[in-house]
Design a protein around this ligand. Structure first.
Ligand code: CO
Length: 216
């Protein structure tokens, strides 16, 4: 893992250009014309979770935002700008929050090993840890407990997407994407879909009554 040297970066870029042009001589002409991706993905910054590679996506297919522990913080103007642009201008069809097992950000929220800003950034995960302490304390192995907290976190962040004014506006307009929560199982490479409990969110009024009919 991690054999890529700085010297190789630009060489690899040239190789990639050659490959793309071999496939299609107009590749960059087409790429430069604009984007109409169908998906917004919000993932963790962790180098082992390159969300576009995991699903074999090509340039132009995924609009993306990454931060430590894939947080959807309702005061984060960076994430909110990405969300607003993708929903109101690109009209993306799916928003996928991607968490992962063995997440350093989640571990930092539990044991506070990172001294510094990260602890502040992941404090919402620490809140989830305390909120779900009954379930989590029953998991003896600490890595398994953190993995379960990653699952709780990704679902909570998907719920946060739904709570944003951008999405509430979209729901009122009747044109909106479907929200998903996925976990990248770093031990096997598999992406696992987590249930975000849409029917409960509809009952609570956070999702519109016709949500499932519109998105399915
Ligand atoms: Co992570």
């Amino acid at each position: 893992m991690g054999n890529l040297s700085f010297e190789k970066l630009l060489d690899n870029n040239q190789k990639w250009i050659t490959e793309k042009l071999k496939e299609n001589p107009d590749y960059f002409k087409k790429l430069s014309k604009g984007q109409s991706p169908k998906f917004l993905m919000i993932g963790c910054s962790d180098s082992r979770v390159p969300v576009t590679s995991l699903i074999k996506a090509e340039p132009g297919e995924i609009f993306i935002h990454r931060n430590i522990a894939n947080q959807v913080n309702l005061t984060d103007i960076n994430m909110l700008s990405v969300l607003e642009y993708s929903v109101e201008h690109l009209f993306i069809k799916h928003i996928i929050v991607v968490g992962h097992y063995n997440c350093g950000g989640v571990a930092a929220a539990v044991d506070g090993i990172n001294q510094g800003l990260i602890e502040n950034w992941v404090s919402p995960v620490n809140e989830l840890y305390h909120k779900h302490s009954e379930e989590l304390s029953s998991i003896k192995e600490s890595s398994k407990m953190c993995d379960r907290l990653s699952e709780i976190n990704v679902v909570a962040q998907a719920h946060n997407i739904i709570k944003t004014p951008v999405m509430q506006r979209a729901f009122k307009s009747g044109k909106f994407p479907k929200i998903h929560a996925w976990i990248f199982d770093i031990y096997t490479g598999k992406l696992i879909q987590k249930d975000i409990n849409e029917s409960k969110l509809i009952k609570e009024g956070l999702l519109p009554r016709n949500y499932l009919e519109i998105v399915n």
